[in-house]
Structures are given as C-alpha cells and as structure tokens.
Design a protein. Structure first.
Length: 223
C-alpha cells in the first residue's frame, strides 16, 4: 500500500519509549501538541506547543517534557516521510486513547478528530500497545463510498497513515476473545498546516545544534 497512490498506508512504529507507555497509564485521553519543522540540519525538529485551554498557573513538569520527547522520537520516522512538504511547518495534535473491552465483546473505539478547519492534512492511528487476548478491526472510507477503502487488523507496533483528502472517516473496534478482557493503547495523530498567511509558528527562529555542541540561530532550510 502506497500513501501517494492509494491515500493510505500500513506503517510500523519504532519501539514505544517508556515515557509514552507511562502516559497511557497515567493520563489516557490527553492531548499533546507539537510543532514539526524542517531545519538546516536536514532533519525534522519537534517543539512543544502550549495547550489552548491549559490554565496559566498549572506547572509544566518533567513528566510533560519526557512525554513530548518520547512522542517526537516515536513519530520522527513514521511522520517524517516524503509525503510531508518541508517548505511548511506542521502542527501535530496527538491523543492517547486507552480502550478496555470485556471478555467476548466488541467495543467501538471513538477517536478524536482534527481541530483544524476542514480536517486537512494527514492522520495516523497506531497501536502503541495491547495486553490480553483480542484484536483490532479498522476500516477507512472515502467520500461517497459505502464500501471501505481498506479493512485491516493492525497489531501492536503497527498503524494506519492516511491522507485526509482521500479518507473522509475511519471506524475502529476492539474485539476481546472469550478467554478474557483486552486493553489497547492507541496513538492518534493529526498533522495539518497552521492557517494564515504567515503562521506564528514559523516567525520564531529555529535553534539548531552547531559545532562543539553550540546552538546557532537559523531559518528552516528548503530542499
């Protein structure tokens, strides 16, 4: 399956960092926002974006930073493919969704959608972990289609990456075997370009590591 040809692809995740696994246990259904920009180092740089609704007096602790760093490391190879335009910044919205299905049941998994107007950009739904005896069922649909574009059963460490210009909605279920319950951790990501003629995300200079561990100020490189 090719993302450019079909509008979707089955992708593999890198090993899930411990901070990300802990995030599912400690704060499921939370949202993390990152800015993804191409730099003069010919690589993607991830920086945290403050939450829209976070109270100003809530402390920003080390667990938040470890979770953001873990998510950036996990997504660098999966999202940083040739389908993303390096001339633009990308706003990445990340959701940690934990679902529990009792033995012998099939539970619909309600996934958060993108907050960007129009829902453009790319989506990723990846199985970060699963415990217990069970499986997942995922279906992707296109505009005006009653038959799914794709039906898949991703296992832990696999995900579906799709272009929202082609895939208009998706459905996911968690199925538990009669032997016992199953717990699944899904990482849901939405990548979109910030709106406006000159997004505030790009006006800030980038800090890129230079010789001997120094930091230099530069602009994102174009290739």
């Amino acid at each position: 399956m090719s993302l450019r040809e079909h509008g979707f692809a089955l992708v593999a995740l890198d090993p899930v960092p411990g901070a990300v696994a802990a995030g599912f246990r400690e704060a499921p259904h939370r949202v993390v926002r990152l800015r993804m920009s191409w730099t003069a180092d010919d690589d993607w740089l991830f920086l945290p974006v403050p939450s829209y609704d976070a109270p100003y007096d809530v402390p920003y602790d080390g667990a938040d930073r470890r979770l953001e760093a873990g998510l950036a490391a996990l997504l660098r190879r999966t999202l940083g493919g040739p389908w993303l335009d390096v001339h633009a910044d990308w706003l990445i919205e990340l959701y940690l969704v934990r679902t529990v299905a009792p033995a012998g049941t099939a539970v619909p998994v309600r996934l958060p959608g993108p907050s960007a107007p129009g829902g453009g950009g790319f989506g990723l739904v990846a199985v970060a972990g699963r415990t217990g005896s069970g499986s997942a069922r995922a279906r992707l649909f296109g505009a005006g289609r009653t038959a799914p574009l794709l039906e898949a059963a991703p296992v832990a460490g696999q995900g579906l990456l799709f272009d929202r210009r082609t895939v208009t909605h998706e459905r996911h279920e968690l199925l538990a075997d009669p032997a016992g319950p199953v717990v699944q951790d899904l990482l849901v990501a939405h990548a979109s370009r910030p709106s406006g003629p000159e997004p505030a995300l790009r006006r800030r200079p980038m800090l890129v590591r230079g010789p001997a561990g120094t930091l230099i100020t530069t602009r994102p490189a174009l290739r």
